[in-house]
Write a protein that binds this ligand. Structure first.
Ligand code: PMT
Length: 419
């Protein structure tokens, strides 16, 4: 997928810069032409020589150096790029780009390019979570840049938390996926729907309850049963609803995503924790959208201490968890709108239809999780919207962020019919 693609890799001054030697090597193995720009800070962590040898191309370290291979003008790389990846992206470069500064070769290239841009933020957790950095990332995202979530783990500053640059292989996979799915993504006019719908939709004064991510059911103090839900779908809906003026309550299972600013945010672990908070918030909510992947079963006898391994088989007895959505369907009052998701790998319409009826929903988002780039832990999704009047709206593979607006558009239509 990366064969003959011109990838501009902007390396900035963070300790994770050392991983870029491996990153460039992996990109080249995929057939990409990699052109590296090292900021001044990055040169403290990785050398121009190493990057030149590994990329096979001249490395740009300054606005003013002579580079024989490119056109002389300083935006040549911006034009050449099929994609620009900034990895690691420091808080500093993110801030500069968010306000349109162009004071070195990397920021100049970023301002001048029309190619897709990916940022892989890597920094100390407090710097990453600082509302200024979050606002800057939000600004870049709003302008169409792709932000790659940092991983959690041990950081160079001696602390643990979110802020690690993802491993080079993961970054390569993100670019491969991008080029693989880019053509299948909705046409620009469909993708533009976010902007278009945002202008028409107004959720001011409405309380929307959204659930996201998967629950974890403990086995013992250190182990659990979980699933692959990242929270991306639910967070996208909560974020869109917030941006459209709603008062949003987001109840999330464990997720690596950053809690959204400007929403009432609750983090839960198990299905029963989620049920308690959902039921507490339900009476005040005009609209509920349940994107969470709730565990259907939990371990019957959770061990008080870590289960010790021996040579015997281990049997866990599971008991059923409460079906939160079904309970909401029973409690639903006139005027309230209840939307569920159905994650299916077969008989999509049939199973989703049955959940729509059994759980007394107004709409169900039938999610075909058997298809590539759809469902769990990816940025895109493939869904069909089923309503009580029997209508089915089929949508193409689209980003979860765009789908969030389309789902909310349908929700608003139902809400208006009921109120
Ligand atoms: O988080 P991402 O990585 O972005 O992935 C998104 C997603 C695939 C998780 C999402 O798009 C999705 O399909 N969510 C629903 C997953 C699911 O649990 O589906 P289900 O068919 O098992 O459940 C049907 C509905 O009942 C869901 O709305 C679920 O929240 C709800 N439910 C299920 C079981 C239960 N005990 N209580 C519930 O409320």
């Amino acid at each position: 997928m990366l064969k003959d693609k011109n990838i501009i890799l902007g390396v900035t001054g963070g300790i994770a810069a050392y991983k870029c030697v491996d990153l460039v090597s992996r990109l080249r193995k995929q057939g990409a032409n990699v052109h590296v720009i090292l900021t001044k800070g990055a040169q403290n962590f990785v050398t121009e020589t190493a990057m030149r040898e590994i990329s096979g191309n001249p490395v740009v370290t300054s606005m003013w150096q002579e580079i024989q291979q490119y056109d002389v003008e300083h935006i040549a790389l911006a034009r050449l790029a099929d994609v620009v990846l900034v990895a690691p992206a420091t808080a500093n470069v993110i801030a500069k780009c968010a306000c349109g500064m162009a004071d070195d070769m990397l920021t100049t290239t970023l301002l001048a390019t029309k190619a897709p841009v990916f940022f892989a933020p890597a920094m100390n957790t407090n710097m990453y979570e600082n509302s200024i950095t979050q606002q800057n990332l939000h600004t870049l995202q709003e302008r169409g840049c792709h932000i790659i979530d940092p991983a959690a783990g041990h950081l160079a500053c001696g602390t643990s938390g979110v802020g690690r640059m993802p491993e080079p292989q993961e970054l390569v996979e993100i670019l491969v996926d991008f080029f693989a799915t880019g053509k299948e993504l909705a046409e620009p006019d469909e993708a533009d729907s976010r902007q278009h719908l945002a202008e028409e939709l107004d959720f001011s004064g409405l309380n929307i309850l959204v659930t996201a991510a998967g629950t974890r059911e403990p086995i013992d103090p250190v182990r659990y049963i979980g699933n692959r839900s990242s929270g991306k779908m639910g967070y996208a809906i909560a974020e869109a609803a917030r941006d459209l003026g709603a008062n949003v309550t987001l109840i999330s299972g464990p997720s690596a995503l950053t809690p959204l600013a400007g929403v009432n945010f609750f983090k839960v672990e198990s299905a029963r924790d989620m049920r308690r908070l959902v039921l507490e918030n339900f009476p005040e909510s005009q609209i509920v959208i349940k994107a969470a992947a709730v565990a259907d079963y939990r371990v019957k006898n959770v061990a008080d201490h870590k289960i010790k391994k021996n040579d015997e088989e281990l049997t866990l007895v599971l008991e059923k968890n409460p079906d939160i959505l079904k309970e909401l369907g029973q409690k639903k009052q006139k005027g309230q709108v209840l939307v569920g998701f159905a994650a299916e790998t077969q008989n999509l319409i049939q199973y989703a239809q049955s959940k729509l009826e059994k759980k007394n929903l107004d709409m169900i988002v039938a999610n075909d999780v058997s298809k590539p780039q759809a469902g769990f832990n990816v940025d895109t999704n493939l869904i069909k919207l089923l309503k009580r009047d029997g209508s089915i709206e089929e949508l193409p593979l689209m980003s979860k962020k765009d789908l969030a607006y389309i789902i909310l558009n349908h929700v608003m239509k139902i809400y208006r019919q009921h109120n």
